[in-house]
Design a protein around this ligand. Structure first.
Ligand SMILES: Cc1cc2nc3c(=O)[nH]c(=O)nc-3n(C[C@H](O)[C@H](O)[C@H](O)COP(=O)(O)O)c2cc1C
Length: 261
């Protein structure tokens, strides 16, 4: 998004920016108030290890919170809207997200991935399906994602079943990645033990010789779709009275609750 040619590829979450801009344009009366001295203070609303962002800027980006959005819209529209706002506000790499998976007996693991698509189905990311996360998802196809934008004082959480994306979608995304990234997908048996770094570099050279121009998608590399059954929007507010709104899938619609911070 911000860095469209990052190592993880040029694709960004899709969406209609103008719609996003509209849906986030109104400012709520209870947006963060931006008291600079209090924020700078070690006893700020965030506590001693508080985010150090520019409070006046935060005040200008506070917006209506999620439940005030038009009813009947999917919360995934709001996820997209928040991404568009993060992009418009210049958040660095706003698509970076912590992805948690777990073994069948419930031992969790978490790592960062990039959210590469958002649509009515859910959110998607791309990876090596033989990696640790891929193996955990094969055995226990459920995941949780947390996205945090410090400068906006916002967090999004999504939870739900995870399924592989189709070959067509994975091919389309892979084809758009830079040449070096496509080679790396072949060279790196992600999550496996390497004898040393040179071995990895040597594999890149070997696959470069094999694929000097066109690089096909490795059969083990592709996308996943997390279809959220729960989505929570969190906005930082003064005095730790943060605003949390949770959407739980209920039949064809969503049940919306505000949670205590
Ligand atoms: C900001 C950031 C974004 C990342 N994005 C991805 C990604 O989209 N896909 C991926 O496979 N790994 C990504 N990684 C690397 C993963 O965090 C992780 O090291 C790798 O996927 C192996 O994880 P696993 O052993 O749990 O499968 C990213 C790392 C960072 C720091």
């Amino acid at each position: 998004m911000a860095n469209s040619e990052s190592e993880w590829g040029p694709d960004a979450p899709t969406g209609n920016s103008s719609r996003m801009a509209n849906s986030e344009s109104e400012r709520g009366p209870d947006a963060p108030t931006g008291n600079s001295s209090r924020m700078a203070n070690s006893e700020s609303e965030w506590g001693p290890d508080a985010p150090t962002g520019n409070p006046s800027r935060m005040a200008t980006i506070g917006s209506r919170s999620a439940p005030d959005a038009p009813r009947g819209n999917s919360p995934l529209d709001t996820v997209l809207a928040w991404f568009e706002l993060a992009r418009a506000e210049g958040v660095p790499e706003p698509e970076a997200a912590a992805l948690a998976t777990a073994t069948p007996d419930g031992r969790p693991s978490v790592r960062m991935v990039l959210i590469r698509g958002i649509d009515a189905r859910g959110v998607c990311f791309y990876t090596n399906r033989e990696s640790r996360k891929g193996q955990e998802l094969a055995a226990n196809p459920h995941g949780a994602v947390a996205i945090h934008w410090h400068a906006l004082q916002r967090q999004i959480r999504l939870e739900g079943p995870v399924e592989p994306l189709s070959d067509e979608e994975s091919d389309a995304y892979f084809a758009g990645r830079p040449y070096g990234s496509r080679l790396s997908a072949w060279a790196s048996a992600q999550s496996s033990v390497l004898p040393d770094y040179e071995t990895l570099e040597q594999r890149v050279v070997e696959f470069g010789a094999r694929y000097p121009h066109e690089v096909p998608r490795p059969p083990y590399w592709g996308g996943y779709l997390l279809r959220p059954e729960a989505i929570e929007f969190w906005e930082g507010r003064p005095n730790r009275l943060h605003d949390r709104v949770r959407h739980l899938r209920e039949g064809d619609g969503w049940r919306v609750d505000r949670l205590a911070p």
